[in-house]
Design a protein around this ligand. Structure first.
Ligand code: PLP
Length: 394
C-alpha cells in the first residue's frame, strides 16, 4: 500500500538535522539551565544560541523572544496576557472569525470574564475586510488579532495594514504565524506587530515547542506562573532539547525557504489545476494562487461529506485532513468556511491537502486519480447527489 502524507499543515516529520542536534541534550548535556554550575551553564549556552538564531530570522532582539510549549500556549498567552494587563484601559478585543481554536476558545473564556469580543469580517476568499475592521474599533479596544495565514484555506492576511490600523487607534496588534513562520519571510519590525506566535512542529521541528515574540515594553501578564524562567515571564524548566531542535529546524526552513516555496507551490498548483479540470462539482476554498500558502489546497466537494472522502483516501494510503471538526460526537461544519460564506452543505464537504518538501509530482498525480474515483463512487451512493445533482443536473 502507498504511504503518502499530504497533511503538513497538521504536522511535519522532524528533520534529520534537528534530530541530530537535539540528541546530546537528552543524555549528555542534560543540565537545568537554571542551575548555577557547569552543567547548567552548558544548557544555558544552547538555549541562548537557539534564541539568537530565531531572533535573527524574524528580526527581533533575543530578549523579545519567549519559548513556550507551542502555538496554542503562545496564542493563549498573547490574548489572555494582554487582555488582562490592559484591562484598565479597556475590555474590547477584536479578532478574525477564522482564527485557530486556541484563539477562539480563549476569546470565549475572556467573554465570560466580562470582556467584549468582536469579529472583523472576511471576504469569500478569507481576506480581512480592512474597512470593516476600522468601523468596529472603539475607544476601549485594546487588542486586535489576526492570523498571518489561515491553517484551513491558506489565505495570507495583510498583517502590516492591520498593525497600522490598530496602532493608529491605540490598540496593540497580534498575529498567529504558526502556519507562516519558516514559510514566508517574516520581519516583525517591518510588519509592526507587537506579538507573534510560532510553533516548531509545523516546520520539521519537534512537537510541544513554540515561541511568542513580545515587543519590548509591551504590558503582558504571565499565564504560567512559577520560577524565574524566560526572564520571569513564563515559569517551568526549559525544554532544552526542544528549544535546540526548534532553532535548528527554523534555521533550515529559513535557509531553504525560497526553494521550498517554489517547489511546494508547484505541487499545489498541479494538484489544484488537475482537480478543478477533472472532478465535477468541486469548489476551491481560499484564494486561487496569489496570497495563498504554498502548501495549501482546500476543496469542498458537493453532495458528499469531507469525512467520507478522507476515509476513502486513507484506505488508499493517502493522509489528508477534513475541514470540519468532530465535536461532542457530532460533525460540525468548518467555522472557517462558514465565515467565508459557504453554505453548511459545502462547509461539511471540505478536504485540506497540504503538501511538503518531500512530496513528489508522482504522488500528486496518484492522489488526483484516487480522489476522482472516490468522489465518483461516493456520489453514486449519495441521496443528495441523486436528488439534486443527477435530477436537476446542477
Ligand atoms: N495556530 C494555528 C494557525 C495552527 O494551525 C495551529 C496548529 O494547528 C496552532 C495555532 C496550534 O499550534 P500547536 O499545535 O503548536 O499548539
Amino acid at each position: 500500500m502507498r504511504n503518502i502524507y499530504f497533511d503538513h499543515a497538521a504536522t511535519t516529520p522532524l528533520c534529520e538535522e534537528a534530530f541530530n542536534k537535539m540528541k546530546p541534550y537528552f543524555t549528555e548535556i542534560f543540565g537545568n539551565p537554571n542551575s548555577q554550575h557547569a552543567f547548567g551553564r552548558e544548557a544555558v549556552k544552547a538555549v541562548d544560541e537557539a534564541r539568537d538564531t530565531i531572533a535573527k530570522i524574524i528580526n527581533c532582539k533575543p530578549n523579545e523572544l519567549y519559548f513556550t510549549s507551542g502555538g496554542t500556549e503562545s496564542d493563549n498567552w498573547a490574548l489572555r496576557g494582554t487582555a488582562h494587563a490592559l484591562s484598565a484601559k479597556g475590555k474590547h478585543l477584536i479578532i478574525s472569525p477564522i482564527e485557530h481554536a486556541a484563539m477562539l476558545s480563549t476569546a470565549k473564556a475572556l467573554e465570560k470574564e466580562g470582556f467584549t469580543v468582536d469579529f472583523m469580517k472576511v471576504d469569500s476568499e478569507g481576506f480581512v475586510d480592512l474597512e470593516h475592521l476600522k468601523s468596529i474599533i472603539r475607544e476601549d479596544t485594546t487588542f486586535i488579532g489576526c492570523m498571518m495565514a489561515n491553517n484551513e484555506v491558506g489565505t495570507i492576511e495583510p498583517i502590516k495594514e492591520i498593525a497600522k490600523i490598530a496602532h493608529s487607534r491605540g490598540a496593540i496588534c497580534f498575529t498567529d504565524a504558526v502556519q507562516a513562520a519558516g514559510v514566508l519571510k517574516i520581519d516583525v519590525k517591518d510588519l509592526g506587530v507587537d506579538l507573534m506566535s510560532m510553533s516548531s512542529h509545523k516546520i520539521y521541528g519537534p512537537k510541544g515547542m513554540g515561541a511568542l515574540y513580545i515587543r519590548n515594553g509591551l504590558l503582558i501578564d504571565s499565564i504560567i506562573t512559577g520560577g524565574h524562567q524566560e526572564r520571569m515571564k513564563r515559569g517551568g524548566t526549559t525544554n532544552v532539547a526542544g528549544v535546540v531542535g526548534f532553532a535548528e529546524a527554523f534555521k533550515i526552513a529559513d535557509r531553504d525557504r525560497e526553494k521550498n516555496f517554489d517547489y511546494v507551490s508547484s505541487l499545489r498548483d498541479r494538484f489544484i489545476d488537475r482537480v478543478l479540470a477533472e472532478v465535477p462539482f468541486v469548489k476551491l476554498n481560499g484564494p486561487r494562487k496569489e496570497n495563498r500558502l504554498p502548501a495549501n489546497a482546500d476543496f469542498s466537494f458537493k453532495f458528499i461529506e469531507g469525512e467520507s472522502i478522507l476515509f476513502s483516501l486513507d484506505l488508499a494510503g493517502i493522509a489528508v485532513s477534513s475541514g470540519s471538526a468532530c465535536s461532542s460526537g457530532s460533525l460540525e461544519p468548518s467555522h472557517v468556511l462558514l465565515a467565508l460564506g459557504l453554505p453548511e452543505g459545502l462547509a461539511h464537504g471540505s478536504i485540506r491537502f497540504s503538501f511538503g518538501k518531500h512530496n513528489t509530482v508522482e504522488e500528486v498525480d496518484y492522489a488526483v486519480d484516487v480522489l476522482k474515483q472516490a468522489v465518483e463512487r461516493l456520489r453514486k451512493m449519495s441521496p443528495l447527489f441523486k436528488a439534486e445533482g443527477e435530477i436537476k443536473n446542477v
